[in-house]
Design a protein around this ligand. Structure first.
Ligand SMILES: Nc1ncnc2c1ncn2[C@@H]1O[C@H](COP(=O)(O)OP(=O)(O)OP(=O)(O)O)[C@@H](O)[C@H]1O
Length: 249
């Protein structure tokens, strides 16, 4: 059974960094000593196994799936169930079954948090998740670009319509700051996160800078400890944890 606080990471547009935020937030929460699961529900564009450099499939025990553990996080992905990167053809009801499968047939153990990497947009999976895990809360990822934030607004409004809680906005690729310089360059514009937060009556939990991936690492999208982005993610994890604690009271 899936326990703990379920946080779905969504976006309006694709490519804004939703999976990167899901993975690094999950790892940052685990770094704080919390028990964390990460579910990659991005059915068409699952990327978590690649990002975390996971090539093994999970084992089963007594008919139940044992999630793969990496960077202190228990991971399940659609990618583990698909052969050789084959394309997946999904019909609506299958998506719901998959949510139920991950929820009920995986031996998660005790969890503080379950981070779910959602597909972009406001499609079937988002509706299914709301239906099957009504207590789930949402983090919406956007870039500062106004188009991205306008599209993200639609995802957010659906969350509100479904009576779900928006935990906050993460503005990714907010700016670029060259090393040893104080000046920030707003490459994708400014204010997209604030605009979205205002419209949805929420707040911006983090503004994450653009940084080059560490190509020499086997996991270039996972920000190593003591890097600038790692500090940003630790700060985000603290804010998420505080907000959840606040909501519980
Ligand atoms: N802060 C950042 N700085 C630089 N590159 C980034 C940053 N965040 C994400 N990226 C890069 O942007 C690309 C898209 O990121 P990611 O795959 O996380 O987006 P996504 O929203 O999950 O996309 P999809 O729509 O495919 O699910 C990746 O190459 C990732 O490494």
């Amino acid at each position: 059974m899936l326990s703990g606080e379920v946080i779905a990471v969504t976006s309006g547009k694709g490519g804004v960094g939703k999976s990167t935020v899901s993975v690094n937030l999950a790892i940052a929460l685990a770094r704080k000593g919390l028990d964390v699961a990460l579910i990659d529900l991005d059915i068409y564009g699952f990327s978590v196994p690649k990002m975390m450099n996971l090539s093994n499939r999970p084992k089963t025990f007594n008919g139940r799936i044992i999630p793969i553990e990496s960077h202190g996080v228990k991971v399940m992905s659609m990618g583990f169930l698909v052969k050789d990167n084959d394309p997946v053809v999904w019909r609506g009801p299958m998506l719901g079954k998959m949510v139920e499968h991950f929820k009920n047939d995986v031996t998660w153990g005790k969890l503080d948090y379950c981070i779910i990497d959602m597909p972009p947009g406001t499609g079937d999976v988002a509706l299914d998740l709301h239906h099957h895990i009504p207590q789930s809360k949402e983090i919406i990822v956007t870039t500062p670009h106004q188009t991205a934030s306008l599209v993200a607004e639609r995802a957010g409004k659906m969350t509100i319509k479904a009576n779900h809680d928006i935990l906050g906005i993460v503005e990714n690729m907010s700016y670029f700051q060259p090393k040893d310089q104080s000046e920030k360059y707003y490459i994708f514009g400014k204010d997209g996160g604030d605009l979205l937060a205002d419209t949805l009556n929420s707040d911006v939990l983090a503004r994450l800078p653009i940084e080059e991936p560490n190509e020499s690492s086997q996991t270039p999208s996972i920000y190593a400890e003591n890097t600038n982005l790692c500090h940003h993610y630790d700060h985000l994890a603290t804010r998420v944890d505080e907000k959840i604690a606040h909501k519980a009271h």
